[in-house]
Design a protein. Sequence first.
Length: 280
Amino acid sequence: MAMRATVRKATTPVKKAGIAGTSRAAAASPSRGAARPAAAAAAKPAVSGAEMATPPVEAADLAAEIARSVPELPRRSETASDAPDLSLDESMVASLEALENGNVRPDEPEVFNGDWSSSFQGLGSAPFPREVSDVLLAPVVAGDVEITPDGLIYLPEIKYRRILNRAFGPGGWGIVPRTKTLVTKRKVTREYGLICLGRLVSVSRGEMDYFSAEGVTTAMEGCKSNALMRCCKDLGIASELWDPSFIREFKAKHCDTKYFEKKKRFAWKRKDRQWEYPYV
């Protein structure tokens, strides 16, 4: 007991206020105060000289010991389900190899095996010669413009083909599909690209309505022609047809409109044409 008292005195400073408070509490309840030291003495084992000589454990050493005892969890990227898919298709591998060998600039589109379904080779690379541009940008001939009964003016698709043939020559241009044909209940649509002199000049999506299963193939051909007409806008062919001023002037000068009681609607036609079925 004398040895334990000496250790407590050397290691733990005792406040006077605490001793005084303890003394008063022991005096107030002598039975409990007398039993507490005896119980503490019985519960606490004696401190040996070896334990007294052991230095205190540092906080850093304790943290390191805890870290070594905790098992390392697997990373998310190491699991099979969370591993990213880094597989490359053949075209991507060929492109990367070409870049490493210095054969292709990163900003230069490349055609793989002549596949125009994904290539943009030559798009916007250089203007066409002056003689080609003069044909493409020539003013539209009023006699070639048609008007629908609804009042929409347009140029027949064969006129666009003739202009392209005059500008680039037969075989100097072509239109290629870039997507699969999408057939819905009443419409056919597909994306096409216009190629002129080995260069992509425009990409557009054509569409065409059909009313029976027998008309799907015809609608697919009409879808191609519709895409060609839209692609030709980027070349400036018949650009007046989208100019509001030209539309108003053309209708006033070359077209007539009439209200039909049976149809309960107005209809349009060119002045040099006769009314046809179902308006007569």
